[in-house]
Design a protein around this ligand. Sequence first.
Ligand SMILES: [Zn+2]
Length: 386
Amino acid sequence: MTTRVPKVLQMIGELVAIPSVSSVNPKFDQGNRAVIDLLAGWVTDLGWTAEVLPIPGHPGKANLIATLGQGPGGLVLAGHTDTVPFDAQYWSQDPFQLAERDNRLYGLGTSDMKAFFALAIEAAAGLQPTDLAEPVILLATADEESSMAGAQALVDQGRPRARHAVIGEPTGLRPVRMHKGMMMEAVHVHGHSGHSSDPSLGVSALEGMHRVIGDILAWRGELQAAHRDPLFRVPVPTLNLGRIEGGDNPNRICGDCELQIDLRPLPGMDLAELRDTLRRRLQGVLEGSGLHGDVEPLFPGLPAMETPADAAIVQAAERLTGHAAEAVAFGTEGPFLQQLGMDTLILGPGDIDQAHQPDEFLALDRITPTVDLLRQLVRQLCVRPQ
Ligand SMILES: [Zn+2]
């Protein structure tokens, strides 16, 4: 079957035209419901069963689970419908008006990753439910770029269930089976302020934080000595001291100090365990000092992802693309789909270099190969043998 490129471009244009920015900053945050409804309408017309699942506590936001065929197993083609906020002044065009020039499609969400939905729908076009031994499921989520509330809601609901998943995040059409996790934690040290002329009048949170930082860097060294994976460009877990704030005036003993850290664990490192260790070490350092400390997650954290190299979806994608599956530095909703029991692969037409940038684009020559690739995956994993 040939790919109907004009039809696909029209669909991408309609998806890009609907603003669906998500942000932890309420000033920029928008709903995604209109994108979900557009997708639901398209697939319903093509004979899929579409369910729109509003996200509890997030008005105007929803996930979509659309299914063609039935039964256990199956392949999920997944993506997020939200985009990051944009700097209008750095765009050379309207970010919501798809523009074709220099063999590229420009627009917000072309690469990351609204276009993927049009390609996935085109890949399944022409299939009848009776052709399928296992279902094809289109999964569209909310809030990937901010809270991951969409993916979390799916885990809470235990849906969808399937055997394999492809998330069409920008990987330049190379299969990716591993990424690091991400944690951002605030470490607080509380002491007692007082006049600087007499140290006995207070307990310095800043001096306590000095010892805490020393211990955190020692912990980083231990983590990096214990964990290494050469598939990653940076093969060890990283821990960055990103921000610190404490005290008010040179002539006052500092009463409170806050440090914010970013920790990127490798697959196999458990977020809750890391957070526990951080808390325990903090208590240990501060014990007997008159200071107390606590650790506050700045967001729930994203686990690392690793799909086994011998998973059917990995093997099929490696054969079809001619590339061995890789590891990347960015996070995805993959760990949530894994929690739902799917072997998850990240594989999409865009390039991560274009994501989150002004003048984001998707190269036109990625469209047909992506549709062909998805069509082959569907054929190998879901279509009933003739
Ligand atoms: Zn993305």
